[in-house]
Design a protein around this ligand. Structure first.
Ligand code: KG4
Ligand code: ZN
Length: 329
């Protein structure tokens, strides 16, 4: 069965066609980075307007690249939340109109669920697995027990990991979004150059915290007045984020005796996180799985994947479905 996946929860307009819940037939992402970069973050109103311009051409492009027309689709999946409400409404309204006109079953998908399952676009792994979802808006730890069966373990108490990357990049004048830039810049820096603090959570907690680190970087930049090369600051900051993502995640896997950890969300594209966590997990007899970077960041293929499994369970949405900016899992 061919499923079209549509994603417009934040600043990327994305559409993909997926065959039988696993094979990517086409996958198109139109980034709005250039639109938001001058502001150092996503401007919601600009994002919605950009989605309005992009949505139909991107859906057309995904169908064309797949060599199919709407009539070949067995279903459509679209992100219904969480995210920016104006952005979500563009994708959802477009999909409702197409589903109605062509009489195609459709489902609204939880964006977080799609990230948690994205690994299946790359490989089959057994349930249950532990998933760390780290993106611009979220840092969450879940046990994935099956399709549609998720147990929340803990999240961030303050900033999301990606938000910390974006804010530090802004402080350093590196542009938006900051994660990829800091990742690149850090490759030429010494991660031990600056001893930034690591937040320590209470024993047994599966929580994260990044605001203290962000403040520490701010003070350091102010006091050092550009005296330390940016690559050293970036690498040291990144090492602290990576350590603070690894510790609670590994602790949870050991406590729950889970042998597979999955990385998801934009921050999962981080090269240092992938390398250091693979090593730390292996030392405990745990395997780390991370989708290719392009499937970690927002994309339509993961929405189609989550939607495919909902459709398989007989789920359908009607035209009353609304976008939900604060949707939880
Ligand atoms: O999942 P995503 O594409 O969108 C959200 O749902 O938020 O994640 C975007 C976040 C941004 O904060 C971005 O800076 C971060 O992921 N990011 C990275 C990397 N690539 C993207 N963070 C660290 N290293 C990267 N290579
Ligand atoms: Zn996302």
């Amino acid at each position: 069965m061919l499923v079209l996946g549509v994603e417009t929860s934040c600043d990327d307009t994305a559409a993909a066609v997926l065959a039988d819940g696993r094979k990517i037939v086409s996958n198109i992402v139109s980034s709005q980075d250039a639109v938001h970069s001058p502001y150092g973050g996503v401007v919601p109103e600009l994002a919605s307007r950009q989605h309005v311009r992009n949505i139909l051409p991107i859906i057309d492009a995904a169908l064309k690249q797949a060599g199919i027309s709407l009539g070949n689709l067995g279903g459509i999946a679209v992100t219904r939340g969480p995210g920016l409400v104006g952005s979500l409404l563009v994708g959802l309204s477009a999909v409702k109109a197409i589903a109605y006109r062509w009489n195609i079953p459709y489902v609204g998908v939880n964006h977080l669920e799609a990230h948690l399952l994205a690994i299946f676009l790359d490989r089959e792994i057994p349930f249950p697995y532990l998933a760390l979802l780290a993106s611009g808006g979220h840092t969450l730890l879940y046990v994935v027990r099956g399709f549609g069966d998720y147990r929340f373990l803990g999240g961030t108490r303050d900033d999301a990991a990606g938000e910390a990357y974006d804010k530090v990049a802004k402080m350093m004048g590196l542009g938006y979004p900051g994660g990829r830039v800091i990742d690149q810049l850090s490759k030429s820096g010494n991660a031990k150059a600056v001893a930034f603090p690591r937040a320590r959570m209470k024993k047994g907690s599966h929580e994260f915290s990044f605001s203290g680190l962000k403040t520490a970087v701010w003070h350091y930049l102010k006091e050092s007045r550009g005296g330390t090369p940016p690559a050293e600051v970036a690498a040291s900051f990144q090492e602290a984020v990576v350590d603070m993502l690894i510790a609670p995640t590994l602790r949870a896997a050991i406590d729950l005796d889970i042998k597979d950890i999955v990385l998801a969300g934009g921050v999962a594209a981080n090269s240092r996180l992938r390398a250091k966590m693979t090593e730390a997990a292996a030392a405990e007899g745990i395997e780390l799985h991370a989708p290719p970077p392009a499937l970690c960041t927002d994309n339509g293929a993961m929405i189609a994947l989550a939607g495919y499994h909902m459709l398989q369970r007989g789920l359908r949405d009607d035209l009353h479905l609304n976008a939900d900016a604060d949707l939880t899992l």
